[in-house]
Design a protein around this ligand. Structure first.
Ligand code: PLP
Length: 222
């Protein structure tokens, strides 16, 4: 696997060079991360707390670690000190726990709210009603150690590009709608994390600011 060549090829196709490439290194050995690091990648995405914890001390300090997968509340404490951005906040309970752990170590933890945009039922995330419920909860207003800096979503795993586009569009629309609301100061909406190896170009067309790309860089996972 020529990671360097893959990265160059992927980057070349970007429709928006400002869009952040998060290299999804889950299941991949440190040597692969090292190769990506050498050609300038600083943002790595992992979906398992244990793996994130194991890799973090082995890589240089200027790496930004993105937690992109489903996160269990009882594991937040392990990544709270160093995680750069938690993409998959899919419940109020989890957000409260992140806030609590941030408070303990006096750190404001940046997060994205994961929205359920896919037709598939298995994907995690808020639906619009659940989000509204959280946003109007008194406890939400009193959070002190999180910063909500955007939204994240995963499209349905399908060959149907129109459907994928429609789902990304719905996330962008929701993002704009949220931005027009009056929300507490710790909500600073700027990022839309959407797009993976198979659909990042559609995601960029629909306004993605962050794509999470694994297999197109590191090869298929075993
Ligand atoms: C694995 C994963 C990715 C990357 O998927 P690829 O298809 O390999 O690019 C992106 N986002 C999440 C949440 C993932 O779990």
């Amino acid at each position: 696997m020529d990671i360097k060549a893959n990265l160059e090829a992927v980057k070349k196709t970007f429709l928006n060079q400002e869009c952040l490439l998060v290299a999804v290194s889950k299941t991949k050995p440190l040597s692969d991360l090292g190769e990506a690091y050498e050609v300038g990648i600083r943002d790595f995405g992992e979906n398992k707390v244990q793996e994130l914890q194991a890799k973090q001390p082995e890589m240089p300090d200027d790496v930004h670690w993105h937690m992109i997968g489903h996160l269990q509340s009882n594991k937040v404490k392990y990544i709270a000190p160093f995680v750069h951005l938690i993409h998959g906040v899919d419940s109020f309970k989890l957000l409260r726990e992140i806030n609590k752990q941030g408070k303990k170590i006096d750190r404001i933890i940046p997060v994205l709210v994961q929205m359920h945009i896919a037709e598939e039922e298995t994907k995690f995330g808020f639906d619009k009603n659940e989000l509204d419920e959280m946003l109007s909860d008194q406890d939400f207003l009193s959070l002190t150690h999180v910063r909500i800096q955007g939204v994240m979503g995963m499209a349905t795993f399908t060959e149907n590009k129109d459907q994928v586009r429609k789902e990304f569009k719905s996330l962008k629309t929701l993002f704009e709608e949220l931005k027009s609301r009056e929300l507490p100061a710790f909500v600073q909406l700027k990022d839309i994390s959407m797009g993976m190896s198979g659909d990042y170009l559609i995601a960029q067309e629909e306004g993605s600011t962050m794509v999470r790309i694994g297999s197109a860089i590191f090869g298929e996972r075993g």
